[in-house]
Design a protein around this ligand. Structure first.
Ligand code: DGL
Length: 273
């Protein structure tokens, strides 16, 4: 039995394409429909009520397709709104980034000291702490909001050797390293691009966990368990939608996907949903 219905994937903007990159590698047979709310990005500094209101509209738009599952690629939406969105859409399984990342972190931490870097709204939500404590009450969780990472990545400042990103990253990470973390959750869509810079600063004794990649593995487990997997003999197709102008999409998209995007992108009016 195969199920060729698409999987919806959404984010506050184009950062969620890092999750698409993982999905294309881990589940190449699946059809994907991506929505990036480029007109209202960033969500990470906003109030939880605003994030939920936006996320509800994002979900309503994607639900105009006949989906079999939904991936919340955005760390900020996953930490603040996932439970509500799942409760409001009981017929559609949702995968967020928090639980899969925490499960992996709980597996790999030896000293039971886990750092979490994410947007302000994500850290403020306490979602990573709560999920890790549920898995193992002895794990100490040290959260650190890194609000400058998103704009720096979007402006191409993510490469090792770039003095600006290295200075900012060192400032954010030093307090976590002082707390002797041995595992660090990259809890935001943009951070996979900073993996090398972060790894250089943290050193080999800290294991990095990429939340988006763990979500892709979680989706694979879910589709398998519920008999929802696509046709393994085919390569799936991806469709892309945004809520703002599409002109810059290809440049930004290739930044996050780390390959050229050969797909067209369509603009929709998210306020209609
Ligand atoms: N996508 C957001 C996240 O993963 C980062 C960008 C934003 O603040 O909207 O938290």
């Amino acid at each position: 039995m195969t199920d060729t219905r698409p999987v919806g994937v959404f984010d506050s903007g184009l950062g969620g394409l890092t999750a698409i990159r993982s999905l294309l590698r881990i589940l190449p047979e699946e059809n994907l429909i991506y929505f990036g709310d480029t007109a209202r990005v960033p969500y990470g500094n906003r109030a939880p009520e605003t994030i939920l209101q936006y996320a509800r509209q994002d979900v309503r738009f994607l639900r105009s397709f006949h989906l079999k599952a939904m991936v919340v690629a955005c760390g900020t939406i996953s930490t603040t709104s996932l439970d509500t969105l799942q409760a409001e859409n009981p017929d559609l399984p949702f995968v967020g980034v928090v639980s899969p990342a925490c499960r992996r972190a709980a597996e790999v931490t030896k000293q039971k000291r886990v750092g979490v870097i994410a947007t302000r709204a994500s850290v403020r939500s306490g979602a990573y702490e709560a999920a890790l404590r549920r898995l193992d009450p002895e794990i100490a969780v040290i959260g650190k909001p890194c609000p400058l990472f998103v704009p720096l990545v979007e402006n191409g400042r993510f490469r090792p050797g770039d003095i600006v990103i290295e200075t900012v990253a060192r400032e954010y990470l030093t307090p976590l390293l002082r707390q002797n973390i041995d595992t660090l959750i990259l809890g935001c869509t943009h951070y996979p691009l900073l993996q090398e810079v972060i790894a250089d600063i943290c050193g080999a004794s800290v294991t990095l966990v990429s939340a988006g990649e763990e979500a892709a593995y979680e989706l694979k487990r879910l589709l398998k368990a519920r008999n929802l997997r696509g046709d393994l003999s085919h390569t799936g197709e991806a469709q892309f939608f945004v809520s703002d102008q599409t002109e810059d999409f290809e440049n930004m998209a290739s930044l996050f996907l780390r390959e050229d995007l050969r797909h067209t992108v369509r603009r929709i009016d998210i306020e209609q949903y």
